[in-house]
Structure formats: structure tokens, C-alpha cells
Design a protein around this ligand. Sequence first.
Ligand code: GRF
Length: 193
Amino acid sequence: MTAKARLVVLISGNGSNLQALIDACENQYLHAKIEAVIANQASAYGLKRAERYQIPTLVFYPHGSRAEYDSDLADFGAIFKPDWIILAGWMRLLSMNFLRRYSNRVINLHPALPGQFPGTHAIERAFAAYQRDEITETGIMVHLVPDEGVDNGPVLATQTIPILATDTLETLSERVHAAEHQLLVETIRQLIK
Ligand code: GRF
């Protein structure tokens, strides 16, 4: 049996995708171990999720310039010898000071299809576009993060999600998030097998 893949997960908020990863590691669907969860703010609820499973957590508070912060974050992350860095709702743009240290090993999850609605509030913007009759479906993607492009990079997996006439922003958001939890786990499973 090969060694478990070593994951470091970066979060900024709720951490429901982190929870999906924790569950998949716990039930051994993923042959992986979450070595650390790093947040950029103490209010990130995902930290509590990780603590429940005795996963090491750290709040890496904003400090210095972006370049300094990213170098320090890369140094800190390296302690855990990650095979993969997963950005699961990490709300800071990472510069090359971080990314060049983990070439082809940083994975991001975004609640929109490639090229659509990069940046924050992607689901809200997709729903607004639907209401203006500009789109009929949205989606999600998991991609590598090679550079500072926002929610852009080699696509590992996508899933389209139809927008229903009965949808509210809340119901659409629920379906998007449920799909994300599955797609993130499936994509990592494919990568590490
Ligand atoms: C997800 O929608 C993800 O695509 C985006 O941020 C959200 C994080 O949700 N990048 P959670 O913190 O995992 O619940």
C-alpha cells in the first residue's frame, strides 16, 4: 500500500468543503491525510471542524506585504510536507512567492464554470445573469493554480448545474455547494490514486 497523500487545506470561512475532505479521509474513500488546516482569519468556522478531528490548525494572520506573507505561508506550509495544497474557500489571492514553491500542487475550487464569474460572489452573479436571461445553467470547477490568475488555471474537473425556474439564490447555492463537496473529493481521489 502506498503512503497516504499529504494534504494541507487553506480556508477562510465555513469549511464545508474541508468537512467533505475530512469525511472522505475518515471513511477511507480518500487515501489521504489532512496534515494541517490553515486559515487567514480566526473566525473561519472550518478551524473548529478540523479541531474536532485533532487536525493541526493555524491562523496565519495577514502581516507585511503580500509577497512577505506568501513567502512565510509557503515556508510554514512546507513543514507539513504537502503533496497537495487545497484552496477550499481561501479568500486571498496567492502570488508567485507562494505558488512557485508548490508548482502543479495547488488546487482551487470555484463555484462557477471555467471563464465564468471569477472572483467573489460567483453564485450570486450567476443567479443574477440567469434572471436577466443571459444563462440557463452555471456550474463548478476544480483547477490547478499555476499563477496569479483569479479562478483560472488548468481545469481538472467541471460539473454543470442547471438553474431551475423555481430556484431562489438559496436553493441554487445549496445545490452548488452539495455538488462542490462531491466534485472536490472525486477530483482529489483521481489525482492521488
Ligand atoms: C466554495 O463555494 C468554494 O467554491 C469557494 O468558496 C466556497 C467555500 O465554502 N471558493 P466552504 O467554506 O467550503 O463552505
